[in-house]
Design a protein. Structure first.
Length: 156
């Protein structure tokens, strides 16, 4: 699959059988909900920016796993240049959305899992790294958004 457009991302959400609850109530149409929509629009912008020639160098890269062009949010960093472009990409997204664009924690988790699964396999002879790479290829080939959760710890 080629890189998704922002509208394709929105339509992909409409096809999901989502069970979303907010403030104790079920949301029947989360895609068009006025509370959820601004956040979704920020993610949508990460797809739209990747389609724009003037931002292609920041928003896309070549996958080290497949050799295909992918959204940088699904990329494993392998150089200083990758890290610099990551920061510039995040600044661009912040400028264009004026909001959290949701995908940073997922991208950082991919990079942490990539090295962690490699080290675990090396130490214990397991195959987590190959399984993780298979999953990441799936994410890249389908141009999926993968998020992570950040929470504030609650003290006693």
């Amino acid at each position: 699959m080629a890189l998704m457009t922002g509208e394709q991302y929105v339509e992909s959400l409409r096809k999901l059988n989502l069970n979303v609850y907010m403030f104790g109530e079920k949301i029947e149409n989360p895609v068009d909900n006025p509370v959820i929509r601004p956040s979704m629009n920020s993610v949508k912008m990460t797809y739209d920016l990747a389609q724009m020639p003037e931002y292609e160098d920041l928003m896309t890269t070549t996958s080290t796993l497949t050799g295909n062009k992918i959204n940088r949010f699904g990329h494993i960093h392998s150089s200083t240049e990758d890290l610099i472009k990551k920061v510039k990409m995040q600044r661009l997204c912040g400028q264009k959305t004026a909001a959290c664009f949701q995908r940073c924690v997922g991208m950082d988790a991919f990079n942490a899992e990539y090295s962690t699964t490699y080290e675990i396999d090396k130490a214990y002879g397991t195959d987590y790294h190959e399984k993780f790479k298979k999953y990441l290829k799936y994410v890249q080939e389908n141009d999926l958004t993968v998020d992570g959760a950040m929470t504030d710890p609650k003290g006693d």
